[in-house]
Ligand binder design. Structure first.
Ligand code: CP
Length: 338
């Protein structure tokens, strides 16, 4: 695809070559994310970071990524603080904001809302999560993490064996990741969820139609053996029609060190898009895994900055100029990525 000026709304936009292009650009961003160097390639550019749903890592990492490229960030962090509460349409909001910004990142609780917004925007729009639908930048950083973890084991993404555990119905990160993985060869998907929280049938059908091996499991222990990646998700309580229904699934599938040791191959990588629900009654990914070297959840969050820098560099057409505007960092850095 031609990234320049494009909206990034769905992983359906990408071919495998596009993914590999994004990953090459993300690799180039490492010295900046590591704070070895700074670049001013986006000096003067403005990002409108519009989050109409709660977020920690997506909002801050998109903002940090833009700052690390030298740009400035304007934010709205809740619907109540915007004129959407006065009945303003997404169309009008997009027309207005795109006059103030060079690129817009948006999260919104309704499926399809970011695409609708993008139709009226005069600048590129990046989907940071639209309800239960998609979360393309999360899927990209997840896949980038999978690539790195598998490379460190002498493997590629092709022939990957992955178990996806938890709320596969409402989990937008899972939807996007499943579709992205389908661009690779011979992926073995184990879908582990209560029957009511299964992956939507249209996505399952598309994975099978692409020739992949897809098995559904309703028991945790039989679902997580013989896989390279164990990708655990939170029950998306905020998307359930009522809290009583959400309560039924809290804590149903919990992975802890004992379950991991008993059921998983020794090198299985543990991933989670985060946030994980660490309340005692949930604990879908137990704190006792924190010393497990295969726990990749914070490598995922670190990789998020690289991927988001790459997306900005590509849609704003500066990927080839980043190093021309670079200089060494002069302040103390804790080498926090080492
Ligand atoms: N993974 C993710 O989207 O996290 P936030 O909701 O904190 O942005």
């Amino acid at each position: 695809m031609d990234f320049v000026g494009s909206h990034i709304l769905s992983v359906d936009q990408f071919a495998r070559a596009d993914i590999e292009h994004i990953f090459r650009v993300a690799d180039d961003m490492q010295p900046y994310a590591d704070r070895d160097r700074v670049t001013r390639v986006l000096q003067g550019a403005i990002l409108s970071n519009m989050f109409f749903e709660p977020s920690t890592r997506t909002r801050i990492s998109f903002g940090s990524a833009f700052n690390m490229l030298g740009g400035e960030v304007r934010e709205t962090t809740e619907v109540a603080a915007s004129s959407l509460t006065k009945g303003e349409s997404l169309y009008d909001t997009a027309r207005v904001l795109s006059g103030y910004s060079d690129v817009i990142v948006m999260r919104h609780p309704e499926a399809g809302s970011v695409a609708e917004f993008a139709k009226a925007s005069r600048v590129p729009v990046i989907n940071a999560g639209d309800g239960p639908n998609e979360h393309p930048s999360q899927a990209l950083l997840d896949l980038y993490t999978i690539r790195k973890e598998m490379e460190s084991r002498g493997r590629a993404i092709d022939d990957l064996r992955i178990a996806l555990v938890g709320d596969l119905r409402y989990g937008r990160a899972v939807h996007s990741l499943c579709k992205l993985l389908a661009l690779f060869e011979h992926v073995h998907y184990k879908l582990v969820s209560p029957p009511e929280l299964s992956l939507p049938a249209d996505i399952v059908d598309s994975l099978k139609a692409a020739g992949h091996d897809v098995r559904e499991h309703h028991e945790l222990e039989t679902g997580i053996d013989h896989v390279d990646i164990l990708y655990v998700t939170r029950t998306q309580e905020e998307r359930f029609p009522d809290q009583d229904e959400a309560d039924r699934y809290r804590g149903l599938f919990r992975v802890n060190q004992a379950i991991y040791t008993k059921n998983c191959e020794p090198n299985t990588v543990i991933m989670h898009p985060l946030p994980r629900d660490s309340r005692a009654q949930a604990q879908e990914l137990d704190d006792d895994l924190i010393e497990n070297p295969n726990l990749a959840i914070f490598r995922q969050t670190d990789n998020g900055v690289l991927i988001r820098m790459a997306l900005f560099a590509l849609v704003l057409d500066v990927a080839d100029q980043v190093h021309n505007h670079a200089q060494p960092v002069t302040w103390y850095t804790a080498k926090r990525f080492r």
